[in-house]
Write a protein that binds this ligand. Sequence first.
Ligand code: EPZ
Length: 434
Amino acid sequence: MDKFVIRGGNPLVGTIRVSGAKNSALPCMAAAILTEDEVTLENIPQVRDIETERRLLASMGAEVELREGKQQDQTTICCRTLSDPVARYEIVKTMRASSLVLGPLIARTGAARVAMPGGCAIGGRPIDLHIKGLEKMGAVITQEHGYLEARAERLRGAHLVFDKITVTGTEDLLMAAVLAEGDTLMENCALEPEVADLAALLNAMGARIEGAGTATIRVHGVSSLHGARYRINPDRIEAGTFLIAGAITGGDLIVSNCNAAHLGAAIAKLQEAGARIDVLGPDAVRVRAVAQLSAADISTEEYPGFPTDMQAQYMALATQAEGVSLVRENIFENRFMHVQELVRMGANIKVDGSTATVRGPTRLDSAAVMCSDLRASASLVLAALVAEGETIIDRVYHMDRGYERFEEKLIGVGAQIQRLGNVFAPRDPAEVAG
Ligand code: EPZ
């Protein structure tokens, strides 16, 4: 298993480029199931979750290039023949977002056999709301031996109101609705930009969707979709992670190729903590640290609130801020796995239920620490960038799931990081997805 060895103390200075959004790429790749034509997606990050989804689609009979793809930042998928519409547990257990194929498979083939994703490090991750919506659209879904068996002659348009805001639930049902008979009205939808990204691709494929990106989405079902070429959004969580890296190291960093309009909550919070942030244009944001960061509370909320996917990274910053920062995690029930590792590096953090109290600033010591999930990994890297000495971070395959060339990008702006071990080390069987 790969490790990072990081020597802290260097301010990050220069320009760091953001890759495409993993959480847009995953639903957009699943959308290719909805047509017999080729779908080409650009600005695709080369990360493990994308490779997992490629293998998943290929296992169902899709034509898709695997890692040795010619153009590294794009992928072409053709689901002309879906000879085996089954999402097997061996793949699903490593990436719960595999459940995103459920809606498209039913919409395209009238059947689907998808392994239940199971929980992961950050929480139970149920998909009951996906199932409830699909059943309301006429799917008959049973569960046996850990698999969902779904059938539907043709899905019917329905009025869906989500009991809870769910990002992939909104995406899964949006993909089910585009080929359904009649109109679908979806309320209490997720507002995350990745939903609008998916809807833009689907409309480019011939779907008729209005309101994506708002809480109310209307879909007029069509009989078929055609292929398309589409460029997905930059990754707003990677961009936010880099902004925190610039602030925590006292650097002067330009985060480029991002979408500044998606970074409102992160920018506002970093400014509240005293960092100097300048939006240089629609795709570039500059962060400069000032003498001393100040404590500021966060409460994770659905978009456009402060993202849960930025909570762990922000906590690393809070250890360097003067005062007491309260970090409330409202979305997932177990997303403080990074706390104990930060404490082992000297951080002063106390957890009480869904709130962590961070007292700072504390001098962080280098230590041997371990990644537990994708965003906790980023938190440990950020802490190591300011810790005294050399920190060893184990199980960085968690990081490789969602950050493209992470250490390479950080080294390019002055970080001292070395990756040890076999880059293609076998995955830890305990690896389950975020
Ligand atoms: C998406 O996960 C993201 N993943 C997550 O990013 C992100 O943390 C999350 O949205 C919240 O923003 C992808 O887009 C691939 P949810 P998702 O359904 O869709 C409950 C990362 O680090 N819920 O919005 O699975 C659920 O338990 C990953 O990149 C139900 O109860 O999250 C949670 O408490 C981690 N029933 C809340 O809703 C359901 O049927 C929000 O979950 C679905 C969800």
